[in-house]
Design a protein around this ligand. Structure first.
Ligand code: SAH
Ligand code: F3S
Length: 434
């Protein structure tokens, strides 16, 4: 039987990218890059900020025309927007065939079958009570150098602004043997680097094992050269985790540690459960153990009662720590979160001004950190053809910096090579074989 063609449009975080690959694999379908040739189109959505929601709905609109041309085409929406608005989406989008929450992926084959044989119509699957959340592994492309493996679904923290616990449910940790098994599949297909993902990866635990035990076991995987993980939660940084990172020769010298704000008052309102002193102290310990550790963070601007003084403390933090990268966002109120009930909201104009100040200062810090790398030599894992110039290749340093490399043969893809940095851009480096 001919495999069906599937086109998945993905929005949002790495977890969604991973889920899109699970969707493809659950159906054993053939992924295509052009929606016109698809038998099934799925928009996998993100609800983290209001803008993301709107994007999901308008993205789906593009496919209405294709459905008119081909009435057998199946169009579905998955991901966090699907979970959040459920039935309402079927009502508002008349050509949508199904709505599928992040926990429902193992049920997808059944849903598609039902739609095809006419036993079900306009299906909705948003139950949180699903046992087999990890049942379907993703479609892993042959020859991909760097891939993801999920170790955790959902989140048990309750940050006041965040929709994730609503859309993805409580934390469920994946058994270690399944994590190792999927890692081996990836490695057998050519992966040299794996990023282990979860909303708060370092809170992972299974039976008697903790996250640092998992890191130690992952190091033993033959053929795996590099280990990354994201996102870490500051409160769950432990000294055992730090020493396991330090002593693990595969763990990259890079950590994404969202701080959200530099002010204790704001952190408290956010329910982040750590103080800024705790955060700074964790960074100090991490840097003491791994002096060349590259740090990145997330910051929300304009949450709750954030005052000029609170914002100044956030600026002090980014000036002190000098993160390599800061992902910063204006606070967006999300339905059903504790933040929605807060009376005071920072006026949009003030939040925009603060965001602009922070982003322009951070651009300087990032560029400075890139410029300092010129003339130095780094081990770079070569991943593929450069996005800007297909004659060049690109790779990443242990610090997760993208390096575009000139005059280099494509047979080097998959190798770790010594690359000399010859130029620095705002978001990447330029290098040559040393
Ligand atoms: N689990 C991760 C990331 C969750 S979402 C963590 O522990 O932080 C990714 C980022 O989106 C967050 O770190 C936060 O900075 C941002 N974010 C989440 N909710 C938001 C909201 N309502 N408005 C603006 N930014 C938000
Ligand atoms: Fe969201 Fe906080 Fe969890 S940001 S994903 S509730 S750690």
């Amino acid at each position: 039987m001919k495999k069906e063609n599937i086109f998945v449009e993905t929005y949002g975080c790495q977890m969604n990218e991973y889920d899109s690959d699970r969707i493809i694999n659950s159906l054993g379908a053939n992924p295509v890059s052009d929606a016109k040739s698809a038998d099934i189109i799925i928009v996998n959505t993100c609800a983290i900020r209001e803008k993301a929601d709107h994007k999901a709905i308008s993205a789906t609109g593009k496919y209405q025309k294709l459905k008119k041309e081909n009435p057998n085409l199946i169009i579905g929406m998955s991901g966090c927007v699907a979970q959040l608005y459920g039935k309402k989406l079927l009502k508002d989008i008349p050509y949508l065939d199904f709505v599928l929450g992040p926990r429902g992926i193992p049920k997808l084959p059944e849903i598609i079958k039902g739609i095809k044989d006419g036993t079900s119509h306009r299906t909705i699957e948003t139950s949180m009570d699903v046992q087999d959340v990890f049942d379907v592994n993703p479609y892993h492309q042959e020859g991909k150098i760097s891939g993801f493996v999920s170790i955790q679904q959902g989140c048990n923290k309750r940050c006041a602004y965040c929709i994730v616990p609503t859309t993805r449910g409580n934390e469920i940790n994946r058994p270690m043997k399944d994590i190792l098994e999927e890692s081996r599949i990836l490695i057998s297909k050519g992966a040299k680097e794996i990023t282990y993902i979860g909303q708060t990866v370092n809170s992972w635990k299974y039976e008697k094992l903790k996250f640092y035990d998992l890191l130690n076991h992952l190091q033993e995987l033959e053929g795996l050269e590099r280990i990354r993980f994201t996102t870490s939660f500051p409160r769950d940084i432990t000294s055992k985790m730090i020493s396991s990172m330090k002593n693990n020769n595969k763990v990259c010298r890079q950590l994404h540690l969202p701080v959200q704000s530099g002010s204790n008052d704001v952190l408290k309102e956010m329910n982040r459960t750590y103080s800024i002193e705790w955060y700074r102290d964790s960074i100090l310990k991490l840097k003491e153990a791994m002096p060349d550790l590259a740090l990145s963070t997330d910051i929300i601007i304009g949450f709750g009662n954030e005052s000029d003084n609170d914002f100044e403390q956030t600026m002090n933090l980014i000036n002190d720590i000098k993160f390599d990268t800061v992902y910063s966002f204006k606070y967006s109120v999300r339905p059903g979160t504790p933040g929605e009930k807060m009376k005071f909201h920072v006026p949009d104009k003030v939040a925009s001004e603060r965001l602009q100040i922070l982003q322009s200062r951070q651009r300087e810090i990032t560029l400075q950190s890139n410029v300092e790398k010129v003339g130095k030599i780094f081990n770079v894992l070569i991943e593929g053809r450069s996005k800007q110039n297909p004659d060049d290749l690109f790779g990443r340093t242990t610090h997760n910096k993208v390096v575009n490399i000139k005059d280099i043969d494509a047979k080097n893809i998959g190798k770790i090579l010594k690359i000399k940095i010859i130029d620095a851009m705002q978001n990447s480096l330029v290098g040559e074989l040393n």
